[in-house]
Design a protein around this ligand. Structure first.
Ligand code: FAD
Length: 446
């Protein structure tokens, strides 16, 4: 049989299996199509394939493996192994959802179709965008090839480069250690700092700290966006003599001279060159190119949704979850978990002809590891106000919160969130604050 016949046969089989309003179409048609099977997409597929049944949910995802990216901080810090950070995509995509192993390349929301890299036009009744962020190392001159040339360049954001981080930390014999933060939104805005604290602690133990300058070169003008946690982090950097250079955006790496060139965002047109002996790079990020170039995004290139309902502002049968949309919360898996509960309510309502009603409050969490056995557990909302789960002051470094991050959250992620059973800790937060004024009442004092 020719490959074309095989393909058409597969389409026919799939079209009969899937929900279809167009019997003339040979292409696949899903009640719900999801773009991306990362944290948000997989959780959404699990929730809705249970509700809608087999054949009604399609999920477009090109990768073979699904990584629990928060693990990468622990890999870079020499605490966990990279092999344990992922599972086969086939193991995490729910059995009742159809996995379309390709990339979404073009979006036609007026005709409710997505065209894939294989040229197939897939129809949908409802679409959920869950494509995360793309890593744009190539926007920094000298990268990504610099990673192959210099063993002292590393980056926890990528599966390959994170494997360079711990060896580089161990090789460092003193000099300038630079940790960067780019001038775009990033996933887990705390991660560029977490690895700095782990590295600095390792250098104290190995005896090279006295011979080194540790610098955090950030494009931002604050250390962290939430005052309470920024205060905790300032105590850490002050006590450990870490230098913060604000408004410095990395634009070039010269591996031959071991120089890093930064744009001075506070003096337009000017740059500053730093010698480095170790550098951890957080790359600029954007939505993936096909999405960034589509009509689904705002001027900044993020999927344009209502920040409460997560429903697209122009196309009511489209929603978004996770890192790819434009609501002003910090982009984390914890945020995606919380969003998955609101998305479930709103999409279910819209599917049955009712308006979206549930309003996401921007909940996000960033476990700011400051060393082995130390963590400031930041949890906050759209207004940058703390929304803490535990009835203790989470703005302080705590061993208990380190173990929540290292040992408990990964179990919740694999066994509950990806299976559609975890919508974040809101219910536990209420329980833990029973009989007290609760974190909401404390907001004014932060
Ligand atoms: C180093 C590091 C540390 C972190 N630490 C934490 C932490 O401590 N706590 C926390 O909560 N979060 C943390 N995060 C952030 C967290 O991993 C992300 O916020 C989360 O994974 C976002 O989920 P998502 O579904 O939006 O995107 P992802 O999980 O990134 O998934 C997006 C998926 O979409 C697919 N895709 C992309 N383009 C297309 C396309 N065109 N067609 C089809 N599929 C496509 C991708 O292949 C990918 O599988 C960390 C991340 C990193 C890198």
């Amino acid at each position: 049989m020719t490959s074309t016949k095989l393909l058409v046969g597969a389409y026919r089989k799939s079209a009969t299996k899937s929900f279809s309003t167009s019997s003339a179409s040979l292409g696949r048609h899903y009640k719900l199509l999801i773009v991306g099977s990362g944290s948000g997409g997989c959780a959404t597929a699990s929730k809705f394939s249970k509700k809608l049944g087999a054949g009604h949910v399609g999920i477009i995802e090109p990768k073979d493996d699904h990584y629990y990216q928060p693990w990468f901080t622990l890999v870079g810090g020499g605490i966990k192994k990279v092999e344990d950070s992922g599972k086969k995509m086939s193991e995490v995509i729910p059995k009742k959802a159809d996995w379309l192993k390709t990339t979404a390349e073009a979006f036609d929301p007026k005709n409710c179709t997505v065209t894939t890299a294989t040229g197939e036009e897939i129809k949908y009744d409802f679409l959920v965008m869950a494509c995360g962020l793309q890593l744009n190392y190539n926007l920094i001159k000298g990268l990504p090839e610099g990673f192959d040339k210099d063993p002292m360049l590393c980056s926890n954001y990528d599966y390959e480069y994170v494997q360079k981080t711990w060896p580089a930390i161990q090789k460092f014999k003193g000099g300038n250690a630079i940790f960067t933060m780019p001038n775009t939104p990033v996933k887990c805005a705390g991660a560029p700092q977490k690895i700095m604290y782990l590295a600095e602690e390792a250098w104290q133990k190995s005896g090279v700290r006295d011979k080194s300058t540790v610098m955090y070169n950030t494009s931002l003008s604050v250390l962290f966006g939430v005052k309470k946690y920024a205060a905790g982090l300032h105590k850490v950097v002050d006590s450990r003599d870490i230098k913060i250079n604000y408004q410095r955006n990395l634009i070039e790496v010269n591996t031959d001279k071991r120089e890093a060139i930064f744009q001075k965002l506070d003096s337009p047109g000017e740059t500053q060159t730093y010698k480095y002996d170790f550098m951890h790079i957080t790359p600029p990020m954007s939505t993936p190119d096909p999405v960034r170039k589509s009509c689904l995004v705002d001027e900044a290139g993020y999927v344009d949704v209502d920040q409460g309902t997560l429903q697209h502002k122009k196309y009511p049968n489209i929603f978004a979850i996770g890192d790819c949309f434009n609501a002003p919360t910090s982009k984390t898996a914890a945020a995606a978990a919380s969003q998955s509960g609101y998305l479930e309510k709103n999409l279910t309502a819209v599917m049955s002809g009712k308006p979206a009603y549930a309003k996401y409050d921007g909940y996000t969490s960033c476990p700011l590891i400051t060393g082995r056995e130390k963590c400031i557990m930041a949890e906050f909302n759209y207004d940058s106000l703390p929304l803490e789960t535990f009835p203790i002051d989470q703005g302080k470094e705590r061993r208990s919160m380190y173990h929540v991050k290292k040992d408990i959250i990964p179990i919740i992620y694999w066994n509950m969130m990806l299976k559609g059973y975890w919508n974040g800790p809101a219910a536990y937060r209420k329980l833990m604050h029973l009989g007290t004024d609760g974190p909401e009442k404390l907001k004014d004092s932060y």
